[in-house]
Design a protein around this ligand. Structure first.
Ligand code: IPE
Ligand code: IPE
Ligand code: MG
Length: 250
C-alpha cells in the first residue's frame, strides 16, 4: 500500500532531487507476458505482478513530486487477445481499484481515465467511475489510466467534436488552430508528458498518445514491467535530467 510504504521506504538518492522531477511521466507498461513466460507461469500471473509494479511506481512518482502519471493499461488493439486473458485483465482492474482506493485517498492522488471507456465491461466501468468520483476532490498527483485507449481513436474523437463546432457555426475552418484540437483531447487537463518510459525493450509507441508525445523524451528499458521498481524509476529520471531538450531551437 502506498501510504504504508511511503513512511517505511528510505529517502531516495539525492541525485534524483537535484533537479525537479518531470511534471508528467507516461509509461507503456509492457512485458508482463514475457516476464511470466520466462518463469514458466501463466500470462495472467505476469499481469498480477504488473499491478504490483504499478503500485510501487505510483508511490515513487508521488514521493518525488511528479504531477501526473499516465499509464497504458489496455489498448484498443488488446481486444485481439484470447477472451480469457482480456477478462482476467478487467477482473484485475476491478481488484486493483478496490484494493488501492484507501491508498489513493491517503496520498491525495486523483484517479482519472482516458480511452473509449463506454466500451469497457460494465462492472469494470462502474468500478472505475466510482474510484474516479471518490478521488475527485484530491489535489495531489493525477494517476491517469489509459484503458481501451488508442491515440488514433483519440484524434478521431477530437476531430469529430471540431467538426460539430464547424457545423453549428461556432468555428470557421480557416480559424482552426492546434489549440482548437487540443482542447478536445482526452488529455486536455494535463501538460504533454515530459518523459515516456517503455519497458521490455520494444522501440515503438503502439498507438499511445500520438499527439502528446511530439516532444517527449523517450526512455526504453529491457526490463519487463513486473521487474520495474523504485530504483528503475530513479534511473529513468536521472537519464531524463541528462537530456538536452531543445524543442527545435538551438
Ligand atoms: C503489457 O504486457 C500488458 C498489456 C498489454 C495489457 P503484455 O501482456 O503485452 O506482455 P508481453 O508484451 O506479451 O510480454
Ligand atoms: C502496448 O503493449 C499496450 C499496453 C501496454 C497496454 P502491447 O503489448 O499491446 O503492444 P505491442 O503489441 O507490442 O505493440
Ligand atoms: Mg506487450
Amino acid at each position: 500500500m502506498i501510504a504504508q510504504s511511503t513512511s517505511l521506504t528510505p529517502l531516495p538518492p539525492p541525485s534524483v532531487f537535484n533537479l525537479p522531477a518531470p511534471k508528467h511521466i507516461a509509461i507503456i507498461m509492457d512485458g508482463n507476458g514475457r516476464w511470466a513466460k520466462q518463469r514458466g507461469l501463466p500470462r495472467v500471473t505476469g499481469h498480477e505482478n504488473g499491478a504490483q509494479a504499478l503500485r510501487s511506481v505510483t508511490e515513487t512518482c508521488c514521493e518525488i513530486g511528479v504531477g501526473c502519471l499516465t499509464v497504458y493499461a489496455f489498448s484498443t488493439e488488446n481486444w485481439k487477445r484470447p477472451a480469457a486473458e482480456v477478462s482476467a485483465l478487467f477482473g484485475l482492474l476491478e481488484h486493483f481499484l478496490a484494493a488501492e482506493l484507501p491508498t489513493l485517498l491517503a496520498n491525495n492522488i486523483r484517479l482519472r481515465a482516458i480511452g473509449r471507456l463506454q466500451e469497457l465491461p460494465p462492472t469494470a466501468l462502474q468500478a472505475l467511475e466510482r474510484t474516479i468520483e471518490r478521488t475527485s476532490t484530491n489535489t495531489g498527483m493525477n494517476l491517469v489510466l489509459a484503458i481501451n485507449y488508442s491515440g488514433r481513436a483519440e484524434l478521431v474523437d477530437a476531430v469529430r467534436l471540431v467538426c460539430e463546432e464547424v457545423a453549428n457555426g461556432h468555428l470557421r475552418p480557416e480559424d482552426f488552430t492546434q489549440e482548437d484540437l487540443q482542447k478536445h483531447l482526452y488529455t486536455k487537463d494535463w501538460p504533454d508528458p515530459d518523459l515516456l518510459i517503455r519497458t521490455s525493450g520494444e522501440m515503438r509507441l503502439s498507438n499511445f498518445l500520438l499527439w502528446q508525445l511530439s516532444y517527449t523524451e523517450l526512455y526504453v528499458t529491457p526490463k519487463c514491467w513486473p521487474d520495474f521498481g523504485r530504483e528503475d524509476l530513479f534511473e529513468a529520471v536521472r537519464d531524463f535530467h541528462r537530456r538536452q531538450r531543445r524543442f527545435g531551437g538551438v
